[in-house]
Design a protein around this ligand. Structure first.
Ligand SMILES: *Cc1c(COP(=O)(O)O)cnc(C)c1O
Length: 389
């Protein structure tokens, strides 16, 4: 029997393993030198000034919101076509979340819909403090236009680039923060490069970087410039200044992430080869392959296909079940976040973002990852054809 083919998985080399073993034999399993080395590597790669490594992208989103001052009474807007973490981060801070429907071609937050929604919010006095565009599947949002809107309406921008390290927008690597205040990455094993678990926030802003660094480690600082004056006959080698968290990344995780960064471009090139093969193999099958915006070079974290329901009789649900039964472990990215019971309990209703709902009813993420072989890819395509016809 053939092994199951997942929609995504990690690619671990002997060098990666050795890098982790080296940390295990060293003096520091955490708070050692490998975390700053990983931070520097990611900052250099994406041409950002500061990088703050944390234990997940979810933690990065949380401290990014806090660093930008998100709190009770504020509004944070994101895409409905994302993982729940992109919205939950605002809820952790006590803010209200709202969703901007997607563009039916890129599946990213629609700039036109954002623009209309902002004009309305201005009249109602409910403008967002922060907008979180999500670079879905690794393809950049239209950041130039979103940045222009942020200048007109005065909101801050966090790019959720959990899918998108190694991708590019116009002339820049994603993460360069030319059009945003902060960009965050994820190093979960299904993402482009992995640290086992892990995340990072990058920024050019020194004040934001300092706040995020403090928040990731209990809100504590040992910099005398941050500390309040205290009696000189007591020892004050640190002070807690904010209510922070333990969101630190360990050196064990950082070693894996740092080692993986060496192959990042190779991983993305391989994903492009797989995507190109799918694009050709799925011509004339009643399937829409992911359209690529000319301004974007995707990292192809996902390869979502959509069934053209006027051409295909099989239901979305039966298509999904038939493939999983054949051990092609396709997945759904994403159920619109506001349809989750937690968000429906806050008052969101089905029908709120029709483009995201139509996409969800047709979409399926099929296997794409750097170790997927041509033989396995052919297997995926022939199983899909068999199920459809
Ligand atoms: C995976 C993911 C996250 C969360 O990443 P973790 O590192 O697992 O916390 C956030 N946003 C998006 C879009 C994701 O896909």
């Amino acid at each position: 029997m053939r092994a199951a083919i997942p929609y995504g998985r990690q690619d671990i080399s002997e060098d990666d393993i050795q890098a982790v073993v080296n940390v295990l034999r060293s003096s520091h399993l955490t708070q050692g030198p490998v975390v700053p080395a990983f931070e520097q590597c990611v900052a250099d790669y994406c041409a950002a000034t500061h990088a703050i490594a944390v234990n997940s992208a979810t933690s990065a989103l949380h401290i990014a919101c806090l660093a930008l001052g998100v709190g009770a009474g504020d509004f944070v807007w994101t895409s409905p076509n994302t993982f729940v973490a992109s919205a939950n981060c605002a809820r952790y801070c006590g803010a209200e979340v709202d969703f901007v429907d997607i563009d039916p071609r890129t599946y990213n937050m629609s700039v036109d819909i954002l623009s209309h929604k902002l004009a309305l919010a201005e009249q109602n006095g409910t403008l967002p403090k922060v907008v979180i565009p999500v670079h879905f599947a690794g393809q950049s949002c239209e950041m130039r236009a979103i940045k222009a809107l942020s200048e007109r309406y005065g909101f801050k921008i966090i790019e959720d680039a959990a899918h998108a390290i190694g991708g590019r927008y116009l002339d820049d690597p994603i993460g360069c923060c030319r059009y945003s205040d902060i960009t965050i990455f994820s190093f979960h094993p299904v993402k482009i490069v992995t640290a086992g678990e892990g995340g990072m926030a990058v920024t050019h802003d020194e004040v934001l970087a300092k706040r995020m660094r403090r928040l990731r480690s209990h809100g504590i600082s040992s910099d005398p410039l941050d500390m309040e004056p205290r009696s000189t006959d007591e020892i004050w080698n640190y002070q807690q200044i904010d209510l922070g968290f333990n969101y630190r990344m360990t050196d064990i995780h950082a070693a894996l992430g740092l080692s993986q960064m060496r192959r990042l471009d190779q991983f993305v090139t391989k994903r492009h080869e797989i995507a190109k093969r799918y694009d050709v193999l799925f011509k004339d099958e009643g399937i829409t392959t992911p359209w690529q915006h000319p301004d974007s070079y995707s990292s192809y974290h996902l390869y979502p296909i959509c069934l053209q329901q006027d051409q295909i009789e099989l239901s979305h649900q039966l298509f999904y079940r038939a493939l999983v039964a054949e051990k092609i472990l396709v997945n759904l990215h994403y159920i619109p976040v506001y349809r989750q019971p937690y968000y429906e309990a806050l008052g969101f209703k089905a029908g709120y973002c029709p483009n995201a709902e139509n996409y969800f009813k047709a979409a399926m993420s099929i296997p794409i990852y750097s170790t997927l072989t041509d033989v396995e890819q052919n297997e995926v395509v022939s199983e899909i054809r068999k199920v459809l016809h």
